[in-house]
Design a protein. Structure first.
Length: 303
């Protein structure tokens, strides 16, 4: 159920900062038609840190209704507090989501034992499948493979989004958890090799902009067609880099706005893409030779 290209979806906003639910619905339908295999709502790319609890519930409710069981909806429910994470996870479950994605507690930097106890408490509080999410560069702590091996014994902890970009990490995880755990990359630039080494897919930022290509790449590598996978990935390489040129989701929202998919809204403390990076993101979009992206010859003028 969980694999292939899973998009970490942006939360479209009007310039005023209010959530644009019409565009949100259209993005979900676009991803379903493009073959995206799952949608993460209220993740980092969805600006979860600046959403209110009510907005998170509204986004999940709309996502579940719009997806209509065609693709799974994963809710980002992680916080730096175990009690708050349990509360958010229960709220997400009430919306009918298919799983939750729980980032390691940020800022307070728990020990490995603290991480184990945190995730076990969250998993024990819900019937939902739970994915852990390891992104040390954002959170200040690293969920180690040995701790993941312990967590793999908890019945409804089913997988990990591993966003270190360290390809040696997947070998360590595979050695400890074997095939009983779903391993998803959280780093687009290394996702192909992550899947090739035994992962089942990627939770992708790039898929926001190039959903068909990301899914095609995942399918190719999962089927062992590495030549096709590498060809697609080479076309995406500049986009992978450009979308990380400034704090996510700033470049992604700029790209989607210039593709006519969303308005340009962001919430402080995030600000519009820096002017010197406009040409880089525009060049990355032009690099993608797919009919779904009808060339961005106007981006230079629009930016």
């Amino acid at each position: 159920m969980f694999g292939g290209s899973i998009v970490a979806l942006v939360a479209p906003m009007h310039v005023s900062g209010e959530i644009d639910f019409d565009s949100f619905r259209q993005l979900i339908l676009w991803h379903i038609s493009a073959g995206t295999q799952g949608i993460v709502v209220n993740g980092t790319t969805g600006e979860s840190a600046s959403l209110t609890p009510a907005e998170k519930i509204d986004l999940l409710t709309v996502a579940v209704k719009t997806a209509d069981s065609k693709v799974p909806i994963l809710a980002g429910t992680g916080t730096s507090s175990t009690a708050a994470t349990i509360q958010e996870t229960r709220a997400a479950a009430s919306c009918g989501v298919d799983a939750c994605l729980v980032v390691t507690p940020y800022y307070n930097r728990p020990t490995q034992e603290g991480l184990y106890q945190h995730y076990k408490a969250v998993a024990d509080s819900t019937e939902l499948p739970v994915f852990t999410y390891n992104v040390p560069r954002r959170t200040g702590c690293d969920l180690q493979p040995a701790t993941m091996a312990r967590l793999a014994e908890v019945k409804n902890i089913v997988g990990i989004k591993e966003a270190t970009g360290d390809l040696l990490r997947i070998a360590a995880l595979k050695a400890l958890v074997g095939d009983r755990f779903i391993l998803l990359s959280g780093d687009d630039a290394t996702a192909l090799e992550f899947i090739r080494k035994g992962g089942q897919g990627v939770i992708s930022v790039t898929a926001n902009v190039a959903p068909e290509m990301m899914q095609q790449m995942c399918v190719a590598v999962l089927q062992g067609d590495y030549d096709t996978a590498h060809k697609i990935n080479s076309e995406l390489a500049l986009l992978h880099a450009a979308l990380m040129a400034e704090s996510n989701p700033i470049p992604t929202k700029w790209a989607l706005h210039n593709l006519g998919k969303i308005e340009a809204g962001l919430r402080l403390p995030l600000t519009e893409l820096s002017q010197p990076l406009h040409s880089m993101v525009a060049a990355a979009l032009k690099q993608i030779d797919r009919p779904a992206i009808e060339v961005i010859s106007t981006i230079g003028a629009a930016g």
